[in-house]
Design a protein around this ligand. Sequence first.
Ligand code: CDP
Length: 229
Amino acid sequence: MSPRRIAIAIDGPAGAGKSTVARLVAGRFGYLYIDTGAMYRAVALAALRAGVGPGETNELARLVSGLDIRLEPGENAQRVLLNGEDVTEEIRSRDVTSVVPAYAAVPAVRARLVELQRAMAREGGVVMDGRDIGTHVLPDAELKIFMTASVRERARRRYEESGRAQGLTLEMLEKEIAERDRQDASREIAPLVQAEDAIVLDTTSLTAEEAADRVAMLANRAFAEAGGS
Ligand code: CDP
């Protein structure tokens, strides 16, 4: 029996496979997939365009409160709309990627996005991936996964996904990923940390389908434990 209407939180560092697996699991169960990283990326893009730096907290708070960020199902990936404009590709650029952690560390940014994320999850039936979902956004999620993989493997995946096309080397990506992990894990509010009740899933030697199988199995169990039928 498929689980219905539980919340599944998937946290972990960059390139661990969270978004691919979250999308697969959401598809299998007919759940809503919410890519919270895309929301932080959209804020960083808007701030870059407006020339507002991460240190300008009042300006940033004003900017964020006026943003309309939407996630919509697309053909392969989720489309990200920023004030109605499709920024799906642009938010993945290297320029945006490298500055997201600085903007994501600003309390006003997190407060606003967490509010939006909780509203999206209100009805249950969601798979949400990010850094602080199980610890902060949805602390009562019935299933919490902490997904990880070796830095080498995570860099390799990024290389295949977009790095090669962007003319990057594996070494560059390894360095960038390690630096982003460091920033995300060391910030003051809602840092990247494993929730006490999270189940660790190391995907280093798993395919996305295999990882999705594990999560689906755990979701079925969590659903049964939550009293579902
Ligand atoms: O896809 P990738 O793993 O590279 O990163 P992402 O999930 O798109 O997240 C991009 C950045 O957003 C992260 O490096 C964090 O700085 C920030 N983020 C966050 O602070 N909290 C979240 N719940 C999700 C992302």
